[in-house]
Write a protein that binds this ligand. Structure first.
Ligand code: C2E
Ligand code: CA
Ligand code: CA
Length: 301
């Protein structure tokens, strides 16, 4: 990320703009150079407003959690739900999760956000049938913080849920930043009986060197492989097949994310992937809609 030095600009302003360019590069153009442009100013101002509002937010009230079904092709039923955070700010309205999670990370609020999401997800999951799991996203900063991990352990213990029903999703970038520290945190969660899922697999560096060195129970293929099918079916199908093989060899579950159409579903099914998540099987829904979703499924079976 780069920014041009402009007359009269403070060092801080230039640093912020270069940092924002870097953020855009990571988001939209991985591995490429991005130079800060004048039209990015509004986005930068928005981010400043999110950060400001988050610092003073009443998180347990403003953060809610929605749940997206994860479908098991082997049983033909929902096997679990991924918890996805939503922020409704009284001043800013609904803020896109990608943006507010990044803002929470930068402002140091993320550990508290994680705490709220874990707590609300466990309360919801406790009302579901006992064979239905819940997947909760962790930020890399959670894995770097022994305090955040200790808080998560306490929340799981005190909720009384069977820890085997709880999966924590982490991303590859999380593992790359400080491998040993991340590994230790994941060992702690796994030792309690919780499961670990590697999210957005294939979107980043996908270093196979580290993958067997931490506790891992599931790999989630990045949505880009489904999207890629619109351009090149055979490449996409080859990649799904390869990831499915990798999972089999590692002895971990495989879930394909972002499946929206029947065509995509049959490709994923043919590659031997067992779990699917995507709009085809359900959009993220409030906790209150889950009983109805499971009931509809039972009736249809
Ligand atoms: P993610 O963990 O990869 O979550 C999947 C995202 O893909 C969700 O977006 C989900 O709504 C969307 N999605 C699922 N199926 C489909 C589909 O078939 N088609 C399309 N186009 N999209 C689909 P969402 O809820 O906007 O979340 C975005 C990201 O925000 C998440 O990506 C995750 O990285 C982050 N996030 C959300 N909640 C939390 C949280 O509680 N903690 C942390 N640390 N990050 C979170
Ligand atoms: Ca996830
Ligand atoms: Ca994902």
């Amino acid at each position: 990320g780069f920014a041009h030095l402009q007359d009269g600009q403070t060092i801080r302003a230039i640093y912020e703009r270069a940092d924002h360019a870097l953020y855009r590069a990571k988001r939209d153009a991985r591995g490429e150079v991005v130079i800060f442009l004048a039209e990015y100013e509004t986005e930068l101002t928005d981010i400043g407003r999110y950060e400001q509002a988050l610092r003073t937010a009443d998180l347990p009230r403003e953060i809610t959690v929605v749940f997206q079904p994860q479908h098991d092709l082997m049983t033909g039923r929902t096997s679990g739900f991924e918890a996805l955070a939503r922020w409704q700010s009284p001043t800013l309205g609904h803020v896109n999760p990608g943006q507010f999670i990044a803002a929470a990370e930068r402002t140091g609020v993320i550990e508290r956000v994680t705490g709220v999401v874990v707590q609300k997800s466990l309360v919801a999951a406790l009302s579901w049938p006992s064979d239905i799991s819940v997947s909760i996203n962790l930020s890399s900063l959670d894995l770097m913080s022994s305090r955040s991990i200790a808080n998560i352990v306490t929340l799981v213990r005190e909720s009384g849920i069977d820890p085997g029903r709880v999966m924590f999703e982490i991303t590859e970038t999380t593992m790359m930043s400080d491998f040993e520290c991340a590994r230790k945190s994941l060992e702690t969660l796994a030792a309690m009986g919780c499961r670990i899922g590697l999210d957005d697999f294939g979107s980043g560096y996908s270093s196979f060197a580290y993958i067997h060195r931490f506790p891992l129970h599931r790999i989630k293929t990045d949505r880009c492989f489904v999207t890629m099918r619109n351009e090149d079916e055979s490449v996409s199908d080859t990649i799904f097949g390869a990831i499915a093989d990798l999972c089999r060899n590692l002895g971990v579950e495989c879930l394909a994310e972002g499946v929206e159409t029947e065509g995509e579903l049959s490709a994923v099914r043919n590659s031997g992937i067992r779990f699917i998540q995507g709009y085809l099987f359900g959009r993220p829904m409030p906790a209150s809609a889950i009983a109805g979703h499971l009931e509809d499924q039972r009736k249809a079976a």
